[in-house]
Structure formats: structure tokens, C-alpha cells
Design a protein around this ligand. Structure first.
Ligand code: CP
Length: 300
């Protein structure tokens, strides 16, 4: 595979991906969603390694389901039970799997920036399954797929992303992808959860919940320094999607959240399966979207 083909088949982020390419992935996902055969042979004889150096439920399992539905051979690497515990580096781990003959790797990492360096040294396509607070491109693709399913087009759509923007790779990838697709993105967050480097307007919660798409973000307590929120209840009152606030969202609007959800913090538990919520459909859409991304990595 040439260096250009490798770059074109990898998915390190949505930065630099044009509208046509995003459309092509979403359309291919729609094709896979319509297939009734549960396990096919499109990628029979190809090996994919899922390498998760940080915890995951949705991303990891939906990639695994996607790969198995395409007939690929799947290797699941988990840092917690690997030689990483003996001090082996991320590069040496990925290089080890590459030397065993994998055809593509799906990778989730804690530190931002490491993936780019890996991609410059590894000779098989790599797919970003979330790197630090940098990007989570397949989450944004499945979010855009879910919005397209609801509204037909993303052009002109107003999307409010509410919550812990500072620590959110989902917010970054959605901002990049949605802008490319012609949507209007606004952020809403407390001062200490804002990301000054991202160029999007901040609006108040009452304006934010009037968008076509109200996307709530998890408060990422594991990435917080002490004292970022005084109490879960105070955060809920100021920035949470409460049942009382949800009564004011537009009848055509949808509620989204990448999950996992902190129930009764950023969103009230009763709203998770509200008729306007698309939280579980987002998870469902992760499978066909990741089938399209894996197929692109292995077949171009
Ligand atoms: N949305 C998401 O990335 O969930 P997981 O961390 O469970 O993969």
C-alpha cells in the first residue's frame, strides 16, 4: 500500500475530511444498515485488531460487531491484561500486532497527539476510536448519521453542544464535521469547561435548548482537576437537561448524548428514553457507520 493510500484509508480525525467524503461514509453506512444478512463475507480473510488503551463499551463492541458482520477476523487487545502492564510502550504494542499480520487497527488512547506519531510509523490503516480530548471521529460520524436520519440533511441545522466541552473529543469532532456539512454549531458550558481554542459561539442554556439538536455531554469527572463542579445537583440545575427544561425544547427537536450517561447530572434519567431522545438509536447507528469505516480502511 502506498503512503497516500494508507493516509486515505486511515481515519485519524475529521479534520481535513471534506463534505463529499463524509457523505460517502454516511451513504455507505445507510447501505449496510439496510442489509438483512447479519454476517457476510465482504472482509473474509482480513484481520482487524481492536486496541483499547482506555476503557470503552459502545465504541469497542460496535467496532467488534461491525467487523464480525463484515466477516473479518477480530483480535481484541485490552491494555489491562497485556504486556503494557509490564511497561511495554504503545508503539511497541501496535508494532507487535502489525508484525503478526493485522490488516487494520482500531485504537483508543488516553494521550492526545500519540496517534498521529503512530500513524507515521505503522504501515496498516489506523482508525481513531477516541484519543484523549482530541477527536472521536466515528462518534461524530454516527451522530451526523443519526441527525441525517431524522432531518434528511445537515445543512442549516442548528446544533447545541452542552456541557463539558473542554474534555470532549466528541465536541471537537462534531464541530469539525457538522461545520463541513453546513450545520450551525453552538456551545453551552460553564466557564471552567470551555475550550478557548475552539472557534464556536457560547450561548446560554435557555437559548441552547431551542436548537434542532440538543446534544448533552457527559461531565468527565475522571479528567477533572479537583473542584471543577461544586456538586452534581448544582451542575444539573445550571446546565443539565432536566425534565422541566426538556418541556421547552421544540417538538421537532431531538436530544442526543454520546453516552455513557451520568443520569440526573447532565440529563435527567427520565429523558434518556424520552420519545425525542435518540441516545439508543445513536448506539444502534454506530454499527453500520463503523462497518463503512472498516470497509473503507480495508478495501479503499
Ligand atoms: N461514546 C463512547 O465513546 O462510549 P464508550 O466510551 O463506551 O466507547
Amino acid at each position: 500500500m502506498t503512503a497516500i493510500q494508507l493516509m486515505q484509508r486511515s481515519l485519524l480525525g475529521l479534520k481535513g475530511m471534506d463534505r463529499e467524503e463524509i457523505e460517502s461514509i454516511l451513504s455507505r453506512a445507510a447501505y449496510w444498515e439496510q442489509q438483512s444478512v447479519k454476517v457476510g463475507d465482504a472482509l473474509a480473510g482480513r484481520f482487524v485488531a481492536n486496541m483499547f488503551f482506555e476503557n470503552s463499551t459502545r465504541t469497542r463492541f460496535s467496532f467488534e460487531v461491525a467487523e464480525k458482520r463484515l466477516g473479518a477476523e477480530v483480535l481484541n487487545f485490552s491494555a489491562a491484561v497485556s504486556s503494557v502492564q509490564k511497561g511495554e510502550s504503545i508503539y511497541d504494542t501496535v508494532r507487535t500486532l502489525e508484525s503478526m499480520g493485522i490488516d487494520a487497527g482500531v485504537i483508543r488512547l488516553k494521550p492526545a497527539g500519540v496517534l498521529q506519531e503512530l500513524a507515521e510509523r505503522i504501515k496498516v490503516p489506523l482508525i481513531n476510536a477516541g484519543d484523549g480530548n482530541n477527536e472521536h471521529p466515528t462518534q461524530a460520524l454516527l451522530d451526523m448519521y443519526t441527525m441525517r436520519q431524522q432531518f434528511g440533511s445537515l445543512s442549516g441545522l442548528s446544533v447545541s453542544i452542552i456541557g463539558d466541552i473542554k474534555h470532549s473529543r466528541v465536541a471537537r469532532s462534531n464541530l469539525i464535521g457538522l461545520r463541513e456539512m453546513g450545520a450551525k454549531v453552538s456551545f453551552c458550558a460553564p466557564g471552567n469547561m470551555r475550550a478557548g481554542e475552539l472557534d464556536a459561539p457560547y450561548i446560554g442554556i435557555e437559548e441552547a435548548i431551542r436548537a434542532d439538536v440538543v446534544m448533552m455531554l457527559r461531565v468527565q469527572l475522571e479528567r477533572h482537576e479537583d473542584g471543577m463542579i461544586k456538586s452534581a445537583e448544582e451542575y444539573r440545575q445550571q446546565y443539565g437537561l432536566t425534565v422541566e427544561r426538556a418541556a421547552r425544547i421544540a417538538p421537532h427537536a431531538i436530544i442526543m448524548h454520546p453516552a455513557p450517561v451520568n443520569r440526573d447530572v447532565e440529563i435527567d434519567g427520565d429523558l434518556v428514553e424520552h420519545p425525542q431522545s435518540r441516545i439508543f438509536p445513536q448506539m444502534q447507528n454506530g454499527v453500520p457507520v463503523r462497518m463503512a469505516v472498516i470497509e473503507r480502511a480495508l478495501r479503499g
